[in-house]
Design a protein around this ligand. Structure first.
Ligand code: PEP
Length: 266
């Protein structure tokens, strides 16, 4: 039985005061949900503060991204060791936003500005290797854009992102991974993917893992769904056979909403 994992991706939200207030409320209100792991991913600047607050609690810590090199002349980057030394357990890799794939139109992101966000499949793979080497668990995000869905290429896009992310990763490493199927058109848009379709594509993720490593490994990986998950749709999504949790953006910023989602996973 795979343990469910509900992770809140705060994105670029959370001053230290806001982070403290949100975590304090979560610590007071989160249910003791057997079989459900709860994770928060604050911005990098708040990781150490949140790490102190959640010490000894049932909440685990994730970073929203990291660089793949161990140290050196990489101005502005965050190394895997910076994360492990403050107690980070998970790291989100290949989220559609750093990949430059946005669910909500960003009209002022001209092509040259957009290039700033262009994390490729190869970068995702390098980060996955670096995270595993450092003892972090990657949450690898995959998902199609609206244009790709309309062109009937969802399964091909998702399978190819999974396959590329796993290049050179051993079966033993793969078994411990978390994937997040996040249709780009559903992120931050309020358009949630229907439960049976989200379940089907999470199955496509699992099948792509199975093709590389066999059924036993595929049965071990956890596959989250992400994209406008809210307290009122979480229960249905999380009851699906291939959906092992949720990666939550907007609804992770209010304790009551996030608690509602975790409760729905019980
Ligand atoms: C996300 O960006 O990972 C996400 C799922 O965002 P939201 O829940 O706001 O759609």
């Amino acid at each position: 039985m795979r343990e469910k994992i509900i992770a809140g991706n705060w994105k670029m939200n959370g001053t230290l005061a806001e982070a403290r207030a949100l975590v304090t409320e979560l610590l007071a209100k989160l249910p003791t949900a057997e079989g459900v792991e709860t994770v928060v991913a604050p911005p990098a600047t708040a990781l150490a503060t949140v790490a102190e607050l959640i010490k000894g609690s049932k909440i685990a810590l994730a970073a929203q991204d990291m660089f793949w090199k161990e140290k050196g002349a990489y101005t502005g980057q965050i190394s895997p060791a910076f994360l492990t030394e403050i107690g980070v357990k998970y790291v989100i890799i290949g989220h559609s936003e750093p990949r430059g794939r946005f669910g909500v139109a960003e009209p002022d992101f001209t092509p040259t500005v957009l290039a700033y966000f262009g994390a490729s499949d190869e970068v995702v793979n390098r980060k996955a290797h670096a995270a595993l080497k450092a003892g972090l668990i990657p949450i690898i995000c995959v998902g199609e854009t609206l244009a790709e869905r309309e062109a009937n290429t969802t399964d091909a896009v998702v399978s190819s992102q999974v396959t590329a992310a796993l290049a050179g990763i051993t079966a033993e490493q793969a078994a411990g991974l978390v994937f997040a199927y996040e249709p780009v058109w559903a992120i931050g848009t309020g358009k949630v993917c229907a439960g049976d379709e989200a379940d089907r594509v999470c199955g496509v993720v699992r099948a792509a893992v199975g093709k590389l490593y066999g059924a036993e490994v595929a049965e071990k990986v956890r596959v989250q769904y992400g994209g406008s998950v809210k307290a009122d749709n979480a229960k249905e999504l999380l009851s699906m056979k291939n959906i092992d949790g949720a990666l939550v953006g907007g609804a992770s910023l209010k304790a009551a909403d996030f608690v509602g989602i975790v409760t729905g996973a019980k």
